[in-house]
Design a protein around this ligand. Structure first.
Ligand SMILES: [Zn+2]
Length: 376
């Protein structure tokens, strides 16, 4: 089959790779109908992960059709159209039984000779290198889905592929962010980043009853989308003093909940760097902007961390890199009732053969790209 593979730093290629096979009685094989780029792919693309190997298949988010099922599969039949949660989880360990699938103890694979630097390996994820389980991703014609009764969800007929795709990762991450932030009726919520996760976080906050939701970004098309589709107030950080503006719009206190949903910054030219004007680290900015006793939710990696200010302001900081699987059925249900629309986030639709150029658009945020969606 053909698949979009990582080859070297900033180099992807569509290659012929072996077809996946059932390896376990709880596996299914899915024929992919759509797959999407994801912010978590960008550090991989840049070659920042030493465990990535040439030929690894990327793609954390995909929708497809079950074409083979292992003998222990109970919840799926051949021909079912399914969205597959980006995270792989066993469904039976202590964390999974509590619905905290992203902490699963069994779906990450120990890599011999590699110390991941923490007690247990991270839970698995599609399209990530070996320390996240080594599960080949969805930018391919077929994917092996382990524990498919846990991580694959039947898509209602009323929900098309482009909408369902976002139930794999972006929408559940956004809902988790609103939950970790404990967004309540009347809250002022600020979201850094107007990519797919940021926009959907704003939407989740509105649905949880937030009185005002502000989205901070610099890309005009994204800010306009957040305004139109999520009812958020755009805040262009090139034109505003973000902290002062947030304080002004939250009764002088600062937002109750601050969510940092920014991906890695796009590559900058040497000219840009010499010109300076670097933005403050978004987590640092969120910590400074948040009201005292508020909650800061961090979804993306960052270096600067103002722990002293966290202590002074009695803040609660919560963080997650990946969502659990428990919200996916609820999100599909909302999608089917048209309460949650996500297809506008699929700004670019391309054949898988054009995967490398789709990633170039996505990585540079070029041409208004929020997510590139591929069809094998
Ligand atoms: Zn588990």
């Amino acid at each position: 089959m053909r698949a979009l593979c990582w080859v070297a730093a900033d180099e992807l290629a569509v290659r012929e790779v072996p077809d996946p096979e059932l390896r376990n009685e709880r596996d299914v094989i899915v024929r992919v109908r759509r797959s999407a780029t994801c912010g978590g792919d960008l550090p991989l693309l840049a070659g920042r992960d030493p465990l990535l190997r040439a030929g690894d298949v990327l793609g954390a988010e995909f929708v497809g059709e079950v074409v083979e099922a292992g003998p222990a599969i109970r919840g799926h039949r051949i021909g079912d159209r399914v969205v597959v949660g980006a995270g792989v989880a066993c469904g039976g360990c202590w964390y999974c039984r509590q619905g905290r699938h992203s902490c699963c103890d069994n779906a990450g694979v120990d890599v011999p000779g590699v110390d991941p630097g923490w007690e247990r390996p991270d839970a698995g994820c599609f399209g990530r290198p070996r320390e996240a389980g080594g599960f080949a991703g969805g930018h391919a014609e077929y994917v092996r889905v382990p524990y498919a009764d846990v991580g694959a969800f039947r898509v209602p007929d009323a929900v098309d592929d482009d909408r369902a795709l976002f139930a794999a990762d972006a929408a559940p991450t956004a809902w988790l962010a609103a939950e970790l932030g404990e967004v309540r009726t009347g809250d002022v919520v600020a979201v850094w980043g107007a990519g797919a996760v940021g926009q959907l976080t704003a939407h989740a906050a509105v649905l949880r009853g937030a009185a005002r939701v502000l989205v901070v970004d610099r890309y005009e098309e994204r800010l306009r989308m957040a305004e139109r589709h999520a009812g958020a107030e755009p805040l262009d950080y090139r034109q505003a003093d973000v902290t002062a503006e947030l304080r002004e719009r939250s009764g002088g206190r600062g937002p109750d909940v601050c969510v940092v949903a920014v991906g890695p910054p796009p590559p900058r030219s040497i000219g840009d760097r010499l010109a300076g004007g670097d933005r403050p680290d978004p987590v640092r900015e969120a910590v400074h902007a948040c009201r005292k006793d508020g909650v800061v939710v961090v979804l993306g990696g960052t270096d600067g961390f103002a722990l002293d200010t966290v202590t002074d302001k009695r803040l609660t900081v919560r963080a997650a890199r990946r969502p659990d699987l428990r919200d996916v059925p609820m999100l599909l249900h909302r999608m089917a009732r048209d309460e949650l629309r996500t297809e506008h986030l699929a700004t670019h639709r391309l054949p898988l053969a054009d995967g490398p150029s789709g990633y170039a658009l996505f990585a540079d945020r070029a041409d208004g790209c929020v997510r590139a969606v591929f069809t094998p």
